[in-house]
Design a protein around this ligand. Structure first.
Ligand code: FES
Length: 226
């Protein structure tokens, strides 16, 4: 059976058995800017299907506890389901191009590390290109990708779901879905299968089911998962 996430109407994300679920932490350097991803614990999902909170109000995050039935949240899938390559903006550079689909931004901030990826891609030297690729590949949402010699450069990621933690912002982050796990909407719509995407789990995104960084303004997303 292929790994899949199914959105339950007005409810959680239902994940097929065997998809690993891990804590992923945005780790910052001394200057306060994100530098690398760190791994936390792996949840024991016992090889069974599991339901992940989508409304953000569960007391057992990242898992659903039924809270979605008794709170107000943005249940509706509002994202335009247009393939990335057809909807991303291109920033052309001398050595490679940067593709950018801004509405997918989860504000993980790796693109700010070395003077911003948009500036790096405009420079005509190998070091800047290397840093631009590194920053784009650290973007969990797949908002940013570098295209060189006609090839999209993607990081190698394990097939799993990361439960993002952002200790510098003192907030929980989205669900980081990696390596081509399928996503099906509540009404059966198939979203584009991608190497990276971030799903909203605060219940407040304006681009459901994708994260748009609203979680950083949500009191119920303060803190960290354990
Ligand atoms: S988790 Fe909801 S907007 Fe990011």
């Amino acid at each position: 059976m292929s790994e899949k996430i199914k959105i339950i109407e007005d409810g959680p994300y239902l994940v097929s058995p065997g998809v690993p679920l891990k804590i992923n932490i945005i780790e910052c350097a001394g200057d306060g800017l994100p530098e690398k991803w760190a791994e936390g614990k792996t949840y024991d999902t016992q090889g069974k299907p599991y339901a992940l909170c989508r409304c953000g109000r569960s007391k057992t995050k990242p898992f659903c506890d039924g809270a979605h039935t008794s709170c107000r949240w943005n249940k509706k899938e509002t994202a335009q389901n247009i393939p990335y390559m057809q909807s991303a903006q291109k920033c052309a550079g001398p050595r490679a191009d940067l593709l950018d689909k801004e509405e997918l931004c989860a504000v993980a901030r790796f693109c700010d590390r070395h003077g911003q990826v948009w500036n790096l891609i405009e420079k005509d030297d190998e070091t800047s290109l290397k840093l631009a690729i590194e920053e784009a590949c650290n973007c969990p949402a797949g908002r940013l990708t570098v295209v060189k010699d006609g090839k999209v450069i993607e990081p190698q990621l394990p097939r799993e779901i990361g439960v993002v933690q952002d200790p510098a912002m003192k907030h929980r982050g989205p669900l980081w879905v990696k390596s081509g796990i399928e996503l099906e909407g509540a009404k059966g719509v198939k979203y584009e299968t991608r190497n990276r995407m971030t799903l909203c789990r605060c219940g407040e995104s304006s681009n459901m089911p994708f994260c748009d960084a609203t979680h950083l303004r949500c009191p119920h997303m303060k803190g960290a998962d354990e």
